[in-house]
Ligand binder design. Structure first.
Ligand code: SER
Length: 325
């Protein structure tokens, strides 16, 4: 029977992945952990066992993974791109040390690993439209440096110790249940919060900055399908380009305004985020993922905008009803 240890479980991906894993395998088969106390992030119950775990503590990580009888570690703890530029040394330590601790634990107890990578592996020297699966990877951000190094470290543990580690180069992920934190693509989530709260949105990127994006249900399905795939078919096992849509802030704002005509936006680029976005591709070629394990996306921009607005408005109504009780 599979037993999943999730790190960073209180984050944007973890919140939704834990719920799916719990539905699929039962709450007893999932240990959802985060560096923060569960009382902060697990309110309402994530459908899993919960714990506090700092994956920079190698002994605690190994002990927890072993005691739980872990068959797969889903390592989601990470510092995202814009936050990493604010504290590069800390980002290096958190992103690299946690990953090597996870890979060491996996090698010792013989379990599988999912370790996400990112479109941040690409840099100004990579082709931008589209970014191929295999190309020059010389990122100019600390987040990108840790993601390229992480892919290589994962390759090493696979080749040297036989650890079955798999990963995806995620684009910006859009979702409404838990907020992203410190990413360059976060604007594509924050814009929806502003729209449903009837606030004017100050966009930290130029209107024409095109980036790759994906709606969270596709991202969760990508993780589950990659982990279910036959190992022998995976020639790019820990670093698959995956993408769904490629839009600019202006295009996203237009799609929102078509549904909420009162929505207002001002473009006030933040130099750090803009420089990061300008160093990333505008489109991603994910043909290898589509060929090797059948990746396909379901959500395009219009469906995502509808789902985000309806989902966030539903959440607001439920919260208002709870407060009114
Ligand atoms: N969403 C991430 C970021 O913006 C990219 O992996 O940092």
């Amino acid at each position: 029977m599979e037993r999943f240890l999730v790190t960073g479980a209180g984050g944007q991906i973890g919140t939704e992945l834990v719920r799916h894993l719990g539905n699929r395998h039962g709450a007893d088969a999932i240990l959802a952990t985060d560096v923060r106390d569960p009382s902060v992030w697990a309110r309402g119950g994530p459908g899993a066992q919960v714990g506090q775990l700092d994956c920079l503590d190698a002994d605690a990580l190994l002990g927890t993974a072993r005691d739980f009888g872990t068959t797969c570690i889903l390592h989601l703890a990470s510092i995202l791109s814009a936050a990493a530029e604010a504290s590069p040394y800390r980002a290096y330590r958190v992103n690299m040390d946690s990953l090597v601790n996870v890979l060491e634990a996996a090698a010792k107890i013989g379990c599988r690993v999912f370790a996400p990578s990112s479109i941040a592996v690409f840099g100004p020297e990579s082709p931008r439209d589209p970014a191929p699966q295999t190309t020059v990877l010389r990122p100019t951000t600390m987040y990108g440096v840790t993601k390229v190094a992480g892919e290589m470290l994962s390759d090493y543990y696979h080749a040297r110790f036989g650890v079955d580690v798999r990963g995806l180069r995620f684009p910006g992920l859009v979702s409404y249940t838990a907020p992203p934190g410190g990413g360059t693509t976060d604007y594509a989530v924050e814009i929806f919060h502003a729209a449903v709260e009837r606030r004017r949105f100050s966009c930290p990127l130029h209107p024409d900055t095109r980036m790759a994006m994906m709606y969270m249900p596709d991202a969760i399905r990508a993780i589950l399908e990659l982990m279910d795939a036959d190992s022998s078919s995976l020639r790019h096992r820990n670093a698959y380009n995956v993408s769904a849509m490629h839009f600019t802030p202006a295009e996203l704002a237009d799609a929102i305004r078509a549904r909420r005509p009162e929505f207002e936006i001002a473009f006030e680029p933040d130099p750090v985020r803009q420089a990061i976005a300008d160093s990333w591709p505008t489109r991603i070629d994910d043909a290898r993922a589509r060929e090797e394990w059948g990746w396909h996306h379901e959500y395009e921009l219009p469906e995502m905008v509808d789902a985000m607005l309806q989902g966030l408005e539903g959440l607001r109504r439920r919260r208002a009803a709870v407060l009114a009780r």
